[in-house]
Design a protein around this ligand. Structure first.
Ligand SMILES: [Zn+2]
Length: 83
């Protein structure tokens, strides 16, 4: 009976070691930034909110990039009220 216990403990130790050595082999999803930068990859900073946007998605007004039409309009209205 003792030999059975010995074999069982060896198998148990083997399984524990295997579990500890096992590295997670879950496939990593592609980095979102990698997928986005398929064109020029150049990022611009919205003049109004500071959000980083791809160059081809930016809106230019008065030599400044904006992330959206609403931010362009907001920045323009702020500049006009300042004067
Ligand atoms: Zn913005």
């Amino acid at each position: 009976m003792q030999i059975l216990f010995l074999i069982a403990s060896i198998v148990l130790v083997f399984m524990v070691v295997r579990l500890m050595l096992k590295t997670p082999d879950v496939p990593r999803p592609e980095h979102p930034a990698k997928l986005r930068q398929k064109t020029s990859g150049k990022m611009l900073r919205c003049h109004y909110c500071g959000l980083h946007i791809p160059e081809e998605e930016s809106l230019w007004e008065g030599g400044k990039p904006f992330c959206s039409e609403s931010h362009r309009d907001l920045a323009l209205s702020q500049e006009s009220t300042r004067e």
